[in-house]
Design a binder for this molecule. Sequence first.
Ligand SMILES: Cc1cc2nc3c(=O)[nH]c(=O)nc-3n(C[C@H](O)[C@H](O)[C@H](O)COP(=O)(O)OP(=O)(O)OC[C@H]3O[C@@H](n4cnc5c(N)ncnc54)[C@H](O)[C@@H]3O)c2cc1C
Length: 714
Amino acid sequence: MQIRKLALLLAAGVVIAAYFAFDLGRYLNLQTLKEQQAAISAFHADQPLLAGAVYFVIYVVTTALSLPGAVLLTLAGGAVFGLFWGTVIVSFASTLGATLAFLMARFLLRDWVQKRFGQRLAPIDAGVRREGPFYLFTLRLVPVFPFFLINLLLGLTAMKARTFYWVSQVGMLAGTVVYVNAGTQLGKLESLSGILSPALLGSFALLGVFPLIARKIVEVVHMNKIFANWKKPARFDRNIVVIGGGSAGLVTAYIGAAVKAKVTLVEKHKLGGDCLNTGCVPSKALIRSAKLLSQMARSKEFGIDSARADFDFAAVMERVQSVIKAVEPHDSAERYTGLGVDVVQGSATIVSPWEVKIALEDGSTQHLTTRSIVIATGARPFVPPIPGIEQVGYLTSDNVWDLRELPQRLVVLGGGPIGCELTQAFARFGAQVSQVEMGPRILSREDPEVSELVAERFRAEGVAVLVNHRAKAFVIEGGEKILIAELDGKDVRIPFDAVLVAVGRAANLTGFGLEELGVSTGKTVETNEFLQTSFPNIYAAGDVAGPFQFTHTAAHQAWYAAVNALFDPLKKFKADYSVIPWATFIEPEVARVGLNELEAREKGIPCEVTTYGIDDLDRAIADSEAHGFIKVLTVPGKDKILGVTLVGEHAGDLIAEYVLAMKQGIGLNKILGTIHIYPTLAEANKYVAGNWKKAHAPEKLLAWVERFHAWRRG
Ligand SMILES: Cc1cc2nc3c(=O)[nH]c(=O)nc-3n(C[C@H](O)[C@H](O)[C@H](O)COP(=O)(O)OP(=O)(O)OC[C@H]3O[C@@H](n4cnc5c(N)ncnc54)[C@H](O)[C@@H]3O)c2cc1C
């Protein structure tokens, strides 16, 4: 087997090497074709069969070995053999050549690729088995990848050679006719003035519009295929039905109503979703109370001998609820009804691409037909199946807000943003918190020095930051709850009173019709860049769509989902993820926009790093908050910001200047040239820009300027 592979590789290698060594490509250009046209035509007239056979073989070899020149050969086919025979020969030769290339790739590489990337290739193979013929047909009709690449890559998948052959032949036929036709016109070209002949112009115009027509055909075939099993209602009750009244759903409904569409928003639990009820709002309210305690504990740093804080944890948690109540009207049914949205309290199920069934609170059911649906069902805390977890009972971000008694010993599972925010808050209220993280550091998406700074602060505040600890099991021994975690192969026992699970959030994908309908899902609902799901009139936004899980990204996506749902096919917009900021609201606060060093390295993006230490900033010193830093990544040698990490007091607010700069293409020079109020934390943004400027000072020019000043002094 190995020898046969080697022999094939050698033979193909020799031909390819000969092609380049003897510069055979020089024969495959328009000029040579024109120069030799008379001789080729004479040969064809003399021996049509032989000419056809020679041309066929050259075509097959060229495509089988993925040599350049197939387009020119196709044009030549038209010029020499005319439209009918040219199309017949090219169609068979190109399909045969493509299939040989496909088989060669399979024979030489598939085993190796399977061995190395088998697992990763499995979903692609499954997709190819399910959708392969249609996908190949699409690629043949609208070749977004080069012809040779399609042949080689599909050879590495599970597609049958027979399927590859016939789909290629059918899929390439229309394109072949268009190119061969252009070739017939080129063949007739006698002089330069002929370039302007209507026939030649027409055939080239056809070349230009063909991809557009092909794309349309693919779209129509695709739509018919997707909606084949469903009967489309003759008319619709609504323009959009939005499922889920969290950040994504509310904004979608708002935009729909603002542009006078008929929109129904269905919420089964509480309007405002996670952000208002169990996420951003309660966590920030809790963090605020905790911060006050922390500042009082630091009273000596501010010149105040002692400050006593008596507090009742239950009252703090009641305040959290009162903050939710205060914000609630912004997300209320009354407000949205006033804006023109039909707000329905109930549980929605998608029953067809255009129908939603709503189980209402009174037990009745409402059926709505709709042109589009936006899925905004959010996510829920992911609870890992650790043995014993159900027996010990656990808290998540869903129910931690019901606590009225502070747990003495709290284990927080997870070192991500939510885990960190709650760890610090609970520690500040006096709980003995052990933060257990499986990875080597907390906040692992950020650069290592950020994790280090945060972990250092947490430890200083009494938190046991236990990294590299893998939670293995929960047990109850003698009435005491214990987490058994593994550190370097050894068991570590962590006794606790309550455990808070914050190891990630899982999208809400089940129980409302997605599986029954066949909407494609992975960890989230799969969407394209227009936020369309596998059903083009069903969109998804927010946590259920990913890839970010923030309120502001949910709202950002909601705009695209609403506008595309309402105006496609007239106009649709690709969701723009180029400048996404976020913050973790701990102390020191951590904010980021764009790339950090870690990601730049992983993605192989060269960057220049400029830093500024906030410990040097007047206002931070005056506030006794002299800690943290700004790190700006720029394109080497250019004033273009790639990303910013900000660590320190009010980092989440300070980063806004960079978010604007990146979004609007503003560089550090412009930030440096902008007046920042003294003394503010925002001045740090200017100082880091100054550091960047200093590093780019034109030393040679400055040497001349120095001489100029010396000369002026006489
Ligand atoms: C503790 C915590 C702190 C956070 N802090 C921040 C922060 O500071 N900043 C930030 O940007 N983000 C933060 N987030 C994330 C933020 O809360 C989410 O990204 C945001 O809420 C996502 O909004 P969404 O609309 O996608 O989903 P959700 O807010 O979850 O809304 C989905 C809604 O859909 C409803 N629903 C589901 N299925 C159905 C159905 N079949 N029929 C009807 N209704 C249905 C649900 O009841 C829910 O109300 C935090 C999250 C947590 C948990």
